[in-house]
Design a protein around this ligand. Structure first.
Ligand code: ACO
Length: 424
């Protein structure tokens, strides 16, 4: 931390001295936590200029297109690591040794089954319910299953909770899909790696085994890894805020899932695929690009733009490569939907509107295409994002709870009526 100071001059007041804090990377921050004692609050809807916490998990430089987990660039992790290793890295802070890794894989394996009672919980939902709505419910319901063993001040309890979440979330995600199509739940197979096991639970039936293609399993693992954490985004901030009241962590993760569901956040990959289907033909791409540019039309190109990245999203670079691999493996490069996607990507990247506003395809543009190619239904896209982001959420929750923290309580600029009397 540096000794730099900022001074806030408000008419009629002495200058208010505010400490400036420096992290290891990124912009310095002005510490305004004592401003309230001077009778002022800051106003920053959407939190575009507000840091809400200290964190050592993930660093993003949106201008330069950099994403680091515990200091490691995402491109290197995508090349050399795998999802479970990244889970370990995010939660514990360091890459595991070979021994620690195999121990971790074993631990996760011991927690993959969902409590049998949960399958009855599923039956309370309509078959046509969106799988994200089911996920909000069943993940929140885990708090009813593990509440007694949950002392959030105990580091070991927090670790077990994180392990349970990472292990069970693919099982619950696959169950929410199976339920929606009326097929029986498929139990996890601990002899398979994490991504292959998920594909198995999604696509196997009691009558037929699902043979997992290594290319598709690797693509799935990459999708999980590239969505594992993204610092203080809307859903992670929600998990922190919910956790700040000392709420049950499973309930906090359910709050994160609810936040992720929106099309401006995790719902974008589903919205992107729906948009591609709506476009329907390569010949209509220009028309949709024109609509996205029209200020009087609310339509936006889904899968383009990002709040933080004003450069190419580094995850999108990796995803684009994986997308090519998957389409080639499946031999479906030429299918109409993927041709529309390619044309849209090209047109948008060359259009001055998108260039000036720095609107590049984001990770969800490519992940949606890959998931579709693997055969994952559109309604499951955001569920898969939630599955992957669970480790990020629980790592941030754990980081917050491990140190002194206060309940999150933003202030407001009140614009309602002044005090008035109830009519006689
Ligand atoms: N298509 C057309 N124009 C766009 C798009 C888009 N996808 N995204 C932004 N713009 C325009 C806006 O109209 C605005 O124009 P203006 O300056 O003339 O008013 C300008 O670019 C800036 O956009 P904002 O909405 O202010 O940017 P913000 O940072 O608030 O929004 C967001 C970022 C929500 C991601 C936005 O780009 C968007 O809606 N994209 C489509 C949805 C999407 O793909 N979301 C996924 C995000 S990634 C993730 O969650 C993993």
């Amino acid at each position: 931390m540096t000794e730099k100071k900022a001074y806030l001059n408000i008419e009629g007041h002495d200058p208010i001295e505010l400490p400036i804090l420096s992290g290891t990377l990124g912009a310095d921050v002005i510490d305004i936590s004592n401003l309230g004692s001077h009778g002022y609050f800051t106003f920053d809807p959407g939190y575009t200029s507000t840091g809400a916490c200290k964190s050592s998990i993930t660093y993003i430089d949106g201008e330069k297109g950099i994403l680091l987990h515990r200091g490691y660039p995402i491109e290197q992790l995508a090349e050399k690591s795998d999802f479970l290793e990244v889970c370990y890295l995010l939660f514990y802070g360091e890459l595991p040794t070979a021994e620690e890794k195999s121990e971790f894989i074993k631990t996760i394996g011991t927690h993959t089954m969902a409590h049998e009672q949960l399958s009855f919980f599923f039956r309370g939902f309509r078959r046509d319910a969106h799988p994200m709505s089911i996920m909000c419910g069943v993940v929140g319901a885990l708090s009813a299953f593990y509440h007694d063993a949950m002392d959030i001040t105990d580091a070991r309890h927090r670790e077990i909770t994180a392990n349970r979440l990472v292990a069970k979330i693919p099982t619950l995600a696959a169950m929410s899909y199976k339920y929606s199509i009326g097929q029986p739940f498929v139990y996890p197979r601990n002899d398979l790696d994490y991504a292959s096991n998920f594909l198995h639970m999604m696509f196997a039936t009691p009558c037929e085994e699902y043979k997992v293609s290594p290319v598709l399993a690797k693509a799935m693992d990459r999708i999980f890894m590239l969505h594992a954490d993204h610092e203080q985004n809307a859903s992670t901030s929600t998990v922190r805020l919910a956790g700040s009241s000392q709420a049950n962590p499973f309930a906090c993760i359910a709050a994160g899932i609810a936040t992720l569901w929106g099309p401006a956040h995790g719902g974008a990959n589903e919205a992107c695929l729906q948009m591609l289907m709506e476009i329907g033909d390569e010949s209509r791409v220009d028309e949709y690009v024109e609509r996205a540019k029209d200020k009087n039309d609310p339509f936006r190109l889904m899968g383009f733009g990002h709040r933080v990245y004003k450069n190419y999203d580094p995850r999108a670079v990796v995803m684009q490569k994986t997308c090519d691999e998957v389409l080639a493996e499946l031999g479906i490069n030429d299918e109409p939907l993927f041709r529309i996607a390619r044309k849209l990507e090209k047109v948008a990247l060359e259009d001055p509107y998108f260039i000036e506003k720095k609107l590049y395809p984001n990770v969800d543009f490519y992940s949606g295409i890959i998931l579709r190619a693997i055969g994952i239904p559109t309604s499951m896209f955001t569920v898969i994002f939630a599955l992957a982001r669970t480790i990020g959420w629980i790592s941030h929750w754990n980081e917050m709870v491990s140190e002194p923290y206060r309940i999150g309580r933003p202030r407001q600029l009140y614009t309602g009526h002044p005090q008035r009397d109830y009519p006689e």
